[in-house]
Design a binder for this molecule. Structure first.
Ligand code: SF4
Ligand code: SF4
Length: 314
């Protein structure tokens, strides 16, 4: 049986507070973004697997909640004793030399400036300044994609930084049908684009893959198989061990299909055919919206069983 007490990668959005308010933001981060308490954060760390190869802290803007971030870093150091690579994803707007020194001292080894695109206020305007700042602290800027290539993050703990942003070709492959991208109507409408089968999708969340890490995301406290997030969370990281949640889903045909990055076939075991899924994707124009419908209408996430068919009202 697979041991979920060891996991390759956890992506944790511990705050949705942000100094920016980008149109494409999938989790509605901004100056009024949702937050969780310090106590919740400590409980979540308690419930993380005993062994995590890398942990990406993200937001919102992690540096907008510095006190909480420092507390989290201290607790992670205590739990993992430097055996987990700690990565920080930030828009870079609030980074100063003092803050960088503190982050390094508290165990962050990788910095990703995720704001070099047209949606962000600064849109890369600080890039040269940040490059100088990193260079002054010996943080290597050559390696651009440890988030993607396993050999670059597993067992590689040297200080490094990189930058990227959201664009059509890279990373997001178009904006997710979530949050502000939905409100602003800039989500990607293409039923054949399978967000689930690329990094940040659900692919590999249970079993990993050759080129894709076994990664889950935690949105504040919601355990998700992917960054866009399923309609309801897989579990509550404040109250449940992440390993127990994954063990519960392992072997379940719906979630094993998501693990293969195939939401078109996820309903087959409960009588929802691939052709129906493809038809609904076509109508909804996005595979994650089909996934929402599946969990809303056809499959009960808490009971892990098919929902009873609705009796039409007369
Ligand atoms: S995309 Fe990033 S920088 Fe922009 S509002 Fe969302 S969390 Fe903040
Ligand atoms: S289809 Fe569902 S599981 Fe897959 S990425 Fe979209 S929301 Fe996540």
């Amino acid at each position: 049986m697979k041991d979920f007490n060891h996991i390759e990668s956890v992506y944790w959005v511990f705050t949705q507070l942000c100094n920016d308010k980008c149109d494409h933001c999938y989790n509605l981060s901004g100056p009024q973004g949702s937050r969780i308490s310090e106590e919740d954060c400590l409980n979540i760390i308690e419930n993380l697997p005993d062994s995590v190869e890398r942990l990406i802290l993200s937001g919102g803007e992690p540096l907008a909640e510095r006190k909480k971030l420092y507390l989290i870093l201290d607790k992670l150091k205590e739990k993992y004793q430097g055996k987990t690579q700690i990565m920080l994803q930030t828009n870079g707007d609030l980074l100063t030399d003092e803050i960088l020194d503190t982050l390094i001292e508290k165990g962050v080894t990788r910095f990703d400036i995720a704001s070099i695109d047209r949606y962000h206020k600064a849109a890369g305007g600080r890039l040269m300044q940040l490059a100088e700042l990193f260079e002054s602290r010996g943080v290597n800027g050559d390696d651009k994609d440890p988030l993607v290539r396993k050999e670059n993050y597993l067992h590689n703990y040297s200080l490094s930084w990189g930058y990227w942003g959201a664009n059509e070709d890279m990373w997001l492959g178009g904006n997710w049908a979530r949050g502000r991208a939905m409100q602003k109507n800039i989500w990607k409408k293409d039923p054949d684009h399978n967000f689930c089968a690329i990094l940040s999708g659900a692919v590999g969340f249970l079993n990993g893959g050759d080129n894709i890490p076994q990664e889950i995301s935690i949105q504040l406290w919601k355990i998700n198989p992917c960054c866009p997030g399923t309609k309801e969370a897989l579990g509550d990281a404040r109250k449940e061990k992440v390993a127990d949640v994954l063990l519960r889903l392992s072997g379940n045909p719906v979630f094993e299909m998501l693990d293969k990055g195939d939401p078109y076939k996820m309903g087959e075991s409960v009588g929802i055919s691939e052709s129906h899924a493809r038809k609904r994707c076509g109508e909804l124009k996005n595979v994650c919206l089909w996934c929402d419908e599946f969990f809303e209408k056809h499959y009960d996430m808490s009971k892990l069983e098919k929902k009873a068919a609705e009796v039409p009202k007369v």
